[in-house]
Design a binder for this molecule. Structure first.
Ligand code: CTP
Length: 208
């Protein structure tokens, strides 16, 4: 790989459909070299804290993320290098001892709730996408996802949503919409937006 990778940022609130937008891009460029770097994996390491302390952490605040590591890894990938990507465990609320070896690719999709908040990270992106989905839809998706995949109860999801996720979304995540090049309503189901996005990525790749 001789040329600089194309970096696509996919942001938006929790449950907005970022993962489905990223998957649709990954599917479209299947066969080419494409990778996904999720900000979720870069939550700070809390393995030295007991579980009851980890449960109190505000995971929707910019300071919950190890953005220095996230930035350094992204720069390394853009320069064509390889990284040991951290692995995050949502059930135990901490980073695993394991890491995953990742080499650089032609297209790097960077996904997460607060990827547009840090200017250093934002400035590394060629295209910035914000997935804009109504709060009630996002809450409904989050209840199903957190119970099925992250070991939570309905009560805990609703309590966390009302007390933390919603206020943090309005304070920190939604304001980053202003940095987006493209705002996509309804995520991966928006076929027109996905087509526009993948066509643009294809154009950038052809120019390189
Ligand atoms: N989170 C949590 N417990 C942790 C760490 C994170 O509940 N130990 C939650 C945060 O509250 C944050 C969310 O994880 O709101 C971030 O993931 P989210 O954006 O919901 O997931 P994705 O699948 O990446 O996004 P989407 O639903 O948009 O596809």
């Amino acid at each position: 790989m001789g040329t600089k990778p194309v970096v696509i940022g996919v942001s938006g609130g929790s449950g907005s459909g970022k993962s489905s937008v990223s998957s649709r891009i990954l599917e479209t460029f299947e066969g080419l070299s494409v990778m996904l770097l999720q900000q979720d994996y870069y939550y700070k390491n809390q393995s030295d804290l007991p579980l009851e302390e980890r449960l109190k952490t505000n995971y929707d605040h910019p300071l919950a993320f190890d953005n220095d590591l996230f930035y350094n890894h992204l720069v390394t990938l853009i320069e064509g290098g390889s990284i040991e990507k951290p692995i995050y465990d949502f059930t135990n609320h901490t980073r695993s001892n394991e890491t995953e070896y990742e080499v650089s690719r032609d297209v790097i999709i960077v996904e997460g709730i607060l990827i547009l908040d840090d200017k250093r990270i934002r400035d590394l992106m060629d295209i910035k996408v914000y997935v804009d989905t109504d709060d009630d839809i996002r809450l409904a998706r989050r209840i199903l996802r957190d119970i099925n995949e992250r070991g939570r109860t309905v009560e805990s999801v609703i309590k966390q949503y009302v007390e933390v996720v919603k206020p943090m979304f309005h304070q920190f995540i939604e304001p980053t919409k202003r940095y987006a090049d493209i705002i996509v309503p309804e995520g991966g189901y928006n076929q027109v937006a996905i087509d526009l996005l993948t066509t643009k990525i294809g154009t950038i790749l052809n120019q390189k």
